[in-house]
Design a protein around this ligand. Structure first.
Ligand SMILES: [Zn+2]
Length: 159
């Protein structure tokens, strides 16, 4: 698991390069969840994605770390936009709580309302990034989702 990000970052595709259409990402993301739910149940599949996102968040947190929380959040927002994961903004920051929104979310932006929140990987990612900063486990939940007709993706973290 360790260095997984480093390993998969190495790409040699002289003709095709590193960019792919968003739909290909979504196929992988949504089909994997659908079939994981077949094996593990809906809740199990959700947890699988949360844990994967959390692991990535912890690795990314090392790269983006700054001891000033505002700088750290700025680094994250810049990274997330550069990699076209979404447009991150902090909507609430308190001693025991952080709420962030991800507009144009890579996973759900523009989907029809399917009546559920589905961005479990992103929830884990935010949790992992916050855990890296605080050095302790946190509780994160998705409190809005484009796939739930709420217009944006929102993650609320309690610590
Ligand atoms: Zn979402």
């Amino acid at each position: 698991m360790e260095k997984l990000l480093e390993q998969i970052s190495k790409v040699k595709r002289d003709k095709l390069g590193t960019d792919i259409p968003l739909l290909i990402f979504r196929v992988l993301r949504h089909y994997t969840h659908f079939y994981a739910a077949d094996l593990l149940g809906e809740r199990g599949a959700n947890i699988l994605l949360i844990n994967a996102g959390r692991a990535l968040g912890e690795e990314l947190g090392n790269m983006l770390y700054d001891e000033e929380l505002d700088n750290y959040l700025k680094n994250i927002a810049e990274f997330v936009e550069k990699e076209k994961i979404g447009l991150l903004k902090v909507v609430e920051k308190a001693d025991d709580k952080l709420v962030v929104q991800l507009d144009e979310c890579i996973t759900c932006a523009g989907m029809d309302n399917i009546g559920k929140r589905i961005c479990h990987f992103e929830v884990g990612l935010v949790a992992g990034l916050v855990e890296k900063y605080l050095g302790k486990k946190v509780m994160a939940t998705e409190t809005k989702c484009g796939a739930n007709g709420e217009g944006t993706c929102e993650v609320t973290v309690h610590f």
